[in-house]
Ligand binder design. Structure first.
Ligand code: AMP
Ligand code: ZN
Length: 271
């Protein structure tokens, strides 16, 4: 099946979206988020793009320029949120502080802050859904990592759609590329000849995820699909035990499972 068909099939089967929804695409400027934005626009969904500018030198500059150019080409609005303007500190500095004080990895810190800013800004843009470019390879990496690290329960809340609670202002996240292998997305996008930087983030090196990604070169796309869909089939059977109290962060009022959300904990360490 080609990727356009798989994309639409995933949206329909898992009820990710309808044509009335306003969907904000979390845009990194890379091939996966470009593919999501392109396909949602092509199939006439109400889309807008939202990019968090991380100020990681030339890599960020190129991705930002590519995103601007692409959104302009397909006539989609792009909102750019700059980390330094939002938080008064560069992402690089926040990462260094948290590494020193709490021994947290760059990718963990960046992931938490990005997610927090995306949710906050998607709400300001009145989005019904946030779409990300996570693909089958990303999901397979996550399942394998959780197993190999013994953090299996971390994967309980994964799926083509997650979250979504209007009372708590938590916008639903959708992943229309959830069952599509990275390889197929790459080929599809390369054919279109869009301006895209295929290089991964310069700081995402020597993490456990990178090790798993390298190891995954030895398994087929079909095996990746089995890992991910196998895990998805198990989740409903485990859900009964997973009742986490959901509340609002005392500081920022964003959705979280404790008194203070992970993003505010990180920001507090920098003050
Ligand atoms: P990554 O964790 O870098 O593989 O990115 C996974 C998904 O998160 C991407 O496909 C995007 O949808 C989203 N994303 C990553 N970086 C950014 C960013 N700087 N701004 C907005 N969304 C992003
Ligand atoms: Zn908070």
């Amino acid at each position: 099946m080609d990727i356009e068909k798989k994309f639409i099939e995933t949206i329909k089967k898992y009820k990710l979206l309808n044509k009335k929804d306003k969907v904000v695409v979390a845009m990194s400027g890379g091939k996966d988020s470009i593919a999501v934005l392109y396909l949602l626009k092509k199939f006439e969904y109400k889309v807008q793009a939202l990019m968090i500018d991380l100020n990681f030198g030339k890599w960020s500059e190129k991705n930002l320029n590519n995103a601007k150019l692409f959104c302009n080409q397909i006539d989609v609005k792009l909102k750019v949120v700059n980390v330094k303007k939002e938080l008064k500190y560069e992402m690089d500095l926040i990462q260094k502080i948290l590494k020193n004080k709490k021994n947290l990895s760059r990718c963990y810190v960046c992931g938490i802050i990005k997610k927090w800013l995306l949710n906050k800004w998607a709400r300001k843009l009145k989005a019904d859904k946030i779409a990300t470019g996570h693909n089958l390879d990303d999901e397979c990496q996550s399942v394998l990592m959780n197993f190999l690290k013994g953090n299996i329960s971390n994967g309980i809340n994964t799926g083509p759609k997650t979250g979504g609670n209007n009372k708590l202002n938590f916008i639903q996240r959708i992943k229309p590329l959830f069952y599509i292998p990275e390889n197929e997305i790459k080929k599809y996008i390369e054919k279109k000849q869009f301006n895209i930087l295929y290089k991964k983030c310069p700081y995402a090196v020597e993490t456990y995820r990178v090790e798993i990604r390298n190891w995954m070169k030895s398994i087929s796309d079909n095996e990746k699909l089995k890992v991910v869909s196998g895990w998805q089939k198990v989740i409903p059977k485990l859900k009964i035990k997973k009742i986490k109290k959901i509340q609002k962060c005392n500081i920022c009022k964003e959705f979280c499972s404790g008194d203070i959300c992970s993003a505010c904990k990180i920001i507090k360490e920098c003050i």
